[in-house]
Design a protein. Structure first.
Length: 118
């Protein structure tokens, strides 16, 4: 079923309101691009379950090598979605803040709702 407007008419007051409040969304687009990769999303989701994990544990979760895990973790760190902390000889990774945690959790919940409805 196609949903289309039957009349071609804009609403100038709504358009003006949105244009006045529109902000630069390039950082938001970068965030979504980072999480659009399934492996990086698995890593982020794993870090919503466990607050912190080392590279070896993350590699095991994604069923990949430590090099692959390190590559994706570096990508997430560079975009301020994850952070790292050295503890002895190991480096542990966690999500950078509660907003990233909430975003990943909310996206997962939304996807699950879609499965139940469809």
């Amino acid at each position: 079923m196609k949903v289309i407007c039957e009349v071609s008419q804009d609403h100038p007051e709504k358009v003006k309101n949105v244009q006045n409040q529109m902000t630069d969304l390039s950082d938001v687009a970068t965030l979504f691009k980072a999480l659009a990769d399934e492996t990086r999303l698995k890593i982020a989701y794993a870090l919503t379950i466990e607050d912190e994990m080392c590279v070896c544990d993350i590699a095991a979760v994604i069923e990949g090598s430590t090099a692959t895990a390190s590559h994706h973790l570096r990508y997430l760190r560079e975009r301020k979605l994850a952070k790292s902390e050295r503890k002895g000889k190991q480096i542990f990774y966690s999500l950078s803040d509660k907003h990233v945690h909430q975003l990943v959790t909310l996206a997962h919940e939304h996807a699950k709702e879609g499965e139940e409805i469809g």
